[in-house]
Design a protein around this ligand. Structure first.
Ligand code: SF4
Length: 718
């Protein structure tokens, strides 16, 4: 029996886990009680790490499609096939003819996080897509313009705040998002135990709402109106108190002016929240000893995602809670955080290029995935003819997923880096698998940027593998797209990447000694970081290194052109008239929202028996009033239609959702032919993103509206 201590790579919480092996077999996974951050916390997903490691459906050899069927291939055969078919696309049609889609697990995979960039840069395409445009891009957009860096995103100082206002967030189930925080339940209880209050704004009475002191069941898509009304009240009642940051903020008068039409009375009908409650909430926010406003996926995947994300931090600033203990603070990551040095970078901008077909602007280098099908289907110069997917399943995640799945059939060539033959990778010509999370090193570079307590924890591979590490696969692909062929010198490419990282950090690459691969890059990034750490320090601390509570970082962190907090950037405020028009717009009588589930992580953990056993969770939640009106029966089937598509789904009648709103979780719909995920297929569910409309976007960020989709529902015939 042996034991390994690993940082869980399955969600943003970064829990420390203790994995016990009998030989090579995982016998137990439990929370690591000595972990400096998670202190023994674990959720069902983390406990299923062994099931993922041993999943017989997990691919262990490359697959090549021959005559429409996948056959097993050697790695050399797979790379030779890619070289033979991808190079001609690049040479004949140019770099933009090759698109890249990186899914959410890319952020949880150290090798992809560190080496993916080198590959994407080498491809040089403007057609770069990620799951971010069905998730959090509005927050990058708003923080980019307010603070000058799209990853300078403040997080609630959960362990010290006295008042937490959460909108569209269900961290008891998601385990936190854009907020790295193991054991959110314990941390929220902590707020109440020290006399504070937790308020949740959400159309559903979620588990987080159950635990809160107060829950406001807002109408979907109306969060920006509510937040503007809170700003209005603070301004009207002269409760604006910038505190320590006063000299660093510009744009307060513009915000005050913009907020004038959004009185509590004006927004009450549209939000569904009485004016009296809005005034009381504004007063509580202003009176709190310390407070933080936090919005998540329900606030970003809606028509006014960017305005909502912006207003969250406008409130944090106006109440004097930005960058102070107990407020909304900026973590200081040990490695790889652009804002941890005082080096000035180019101020943030968007729209540096635009999509070819729909003229949608780039944001942080990405084009909205909502238009990927257009770029594949529309002939002309720059048409996408080849696609590389990296740890992603857009056939389940993208809006109008049915149309995208059809579009993938038109491609000349497709490669998927994926551990499964799933709804998306079945369209590929070559699938390249990677090691299991227990067979690769891990350090959550991206997630420590958003942590509620500064920590650092290194995970060496718990088990050896015969598979190439993902960084080696990515470098072989980099060799192909740079014309070095399928057998490029990986060591030389790795040395080049390390040299670039060292140069960017102002270090001599030799300081990392004999290390190679991600170990060398993480060592370099740690050495260049603010804590004077090396990888050896972390290797000597298997339960992590505690780097202390969050500390104020203003004004050093600012990277805007004026060196100020831009409270009213034109790139954002230009969208306020569209929001004002909402006040006079009729709302759709029935809209669809999503639903996060504890034992699920988007689309990619449904092949693990421990996580899907029990009753079907892919159900339609509907309020009894709506169910009566429509004629839906509990346990019966409903047909749900939108402009984009139609699905059938079992009905669950519940008063936990407000009238006029239905909810279906996303990531399901595993019934496609040609996949190799037996457990997921047996628990297929329905794909709610078939209903998401690819033309319904947050206009500023291009992020798809997944919360607030107008729909029709009727009992399913038969
Ligand atoms: S909360 Fe997230 S990081 Fe923690 S055990 Fe669960 S899946 Fe892993």
């Amino acid at each position: 029996m042996t034991t390994a201590h690993v940082t869980c790579p399955l969600c943003e919480a970064t829990c420390g886990l203790e994995v016990t092996f009998d030989g090579d077999t995982v016998t137990e996974v439990r929370g690591d009680a000595e972990d400096v951050f998670s202190h023994g916390f674990i959720c069902p997903k983390g406990a299923s790490l062994g099931a993922l490691h041993h999943d017989p459906d997990r691919l262990r050899t490359p697959l090549i499609k021959r005559n429409g069927e996948f056959v097993e291939a050697s790695w050399d055969e797979a790379f030779a096939e890619i070289d033979a078919r991808l190079r001609p696309v690049l040479e004949k049609h140019g770099r933009d003819a090759v698109a890249v889609y990186a899914g959410n697990p890319s952020v949880h995979n150290l090798a992809v996080f560190l080496y993916g960039r080198a590959l994407y840069k080498a491809i040089g395409t403007k057609n770069f897509y990620t799951a971010g445009t069905v998730d959090q891009i509005p927050k990058h957009f708003s923080c980019g313009y307010m603070f000058g860096d799209p990853v300078s995103i403040p997080v609630p100082d959960l362990d010290r705040t006295r008042f937490l206002l959460m909108l569209g967030a269900n961290p008891l189930v998601s385990n936190g998002s854009l907020m790295t925080a193991p054991d959110v339940r314990g941390r929220l209880r902590g707020i109440r135990e020290r006399g504070g209050r937790v308020v949740v704004v959400d159309p559903r009475r979620t588990r987080t709402a159950e635990l809160a002191d107060e829950h406001y069941p807002i109408r979907p898509g109306a969060d920006a109106l509510l937040l503007f009304a809170l700003v209005h009240v603070l301004c009207a009642q002269r409760r604006v108190a910038l505190g320590r940051l006063a000299e660093h903020v510009v744009g307060v008068d513009e915000v005050r002016e913009l907020a004038k039409p959004f009185t509590p009375e004006a927004v009450a009908p549209r939000t569904g929240i009485p004016a009296y409650d809005i005034r009381r909430l504004a007063g509580e926010l202003a009176d709190a000893e310390s407070a933080a406003v936090y919005g998540r996926i329900g606030t970003t995947t809606q028509s006014f995602g960017t305005l909502t994300s912006w207003l969250v931090d406008v409130l944090n600033v106006l109440t004097g809670n930005l960058d102070r203990e107990g407020g909304a603070m900026f973590p200081l990551a040990a490695a790889g955080q652009a804002n941890s040095t005082r080096n000035r970078r180019k101020p943030f901008s968007t729209g540096r290029w635009r999509s070819r077909v729909r003229d949608l602007p780039e944001v942080i280098g990405e084009i909205p995935v909502a238009t990927l099908a257009d770029e594949i289907n529309t002939p002309g110069e720059g048409q996408v003819r080849a696609l590389l997917t990296v740890c992603g399943n857009p056939c389940l995640s993208a809006p109008n997923a049915g149309r995208l799945a059809e579009a993938l059939r038109q491609l000349d060539f497709m490669v998927s880096l994926d551990i499964y033959l799933n709804e998306t990778s079945r369209h590929a010509d070559v699938i390249l698998p990677g090691p299991s999370p227990l067979e690769r090193p891990h350090y959550p570079v991206g997630l420590y940027q958003f942590t509620v307590h500064n920590v650092a924890n290194w995970t060496p591979p718990a088990r050896p593998t015969d598979l190439p590490q993902d960084w080696q696969t990515l470098l072989r692909l980099t060799g192909i797209v740079t014309g070095q062929g399928p057998n490029a010198d990986i060591a030389a490419l790795d040395a080049f990447v390390a040299g670039e990282v060292a140069k960017g950090a102002g270090l001599d690459v030799s300081v990392a000694g004999e290390r190679t691969g991600p170990e060398r890059l993480v060592d370099l990034l740690l050495r260049a970081g603010p804590y004077d750490l090396t990888l050896a320090d972390l290797e000597a601390s298997p339960h992590g290194v505690d780097l202390g509570p969050l500390r104020p970082r203003m004004p050093d962190i600012l990277n805007t052109a004026r060196g100020k907090i831009e409270l009213a950037p034109e790139a954002i405020t230009g969208d306020v008239p569209r929001l004002a028009a909402e006040l006079d717009t009729d709302v759709s009588p029935l809209v669809l929202i999503g639903r996060r589930q504890l034992s699920s992580n988007n689309s990619w953990m449904h092949n693990l028996e421990p996580l899907v056993r029990g009753t079907n969770r892919c159900t339609l939640h509907v309020h009894p009033e709506d169910a009566n009106r429509i004629g839906l029966a509990h346990g019966g089937m409903a047909t749900v239609r939108s402009r984009a598509g139609k699905i059938e789904v079992p009905v669950e009648i519940t008063s936990q959702i407000r009238p006029g709103v239905i909810s279906i979780p996303h990531g399901w719909g595993h019934h496609a032919e040609g996949t190799r995920t037996a457990v997921a297929t047996a628990h297929a569910g329905a794909n709610s993103n078939v209903l998401a409309d690819e033309y319904l976007l947050d206009e500023l960020s291009g992020t798809a509206v997944l919360n607030g989709i107008p729909i029709d529902v009727e009992p399913a015939s038969g």
